[in-house]
Design a protein. Sequence first.
Length: 113
Amino acid sequence: MSDALDPEDAKILTLARSARARTGAPSGAAVRDADGRTYAAADVSLPSLRLTALQLAVASAVSSGATGLEAAAVVTAGDPRDIDTVVVSEFGGPGIPVYVAGPDGTPITALRS
């Protein structure tokens, strides 16, 4: 990614990185809802439940009464091509930016829902 992130997008990237670091999970994610509130989460991998960080961040927004999304961010040690943005489009609609960064927080790419 060559363009610098807007400060609000950089904030959700930082939140995603913090969620990943706090838990030691492979990925962390954060979303910003239509009112500017943020929700962060890390991957969950239990015998009876598997959720990606992005799925969980969106679910947190939905369960808190959010009505839409402005942006999402994922920090991952994995391949950015493996990030499934369907949950972002299902809730926020098409065209929502999903910023992807490596474990050190350096942005790699921006996907679209």
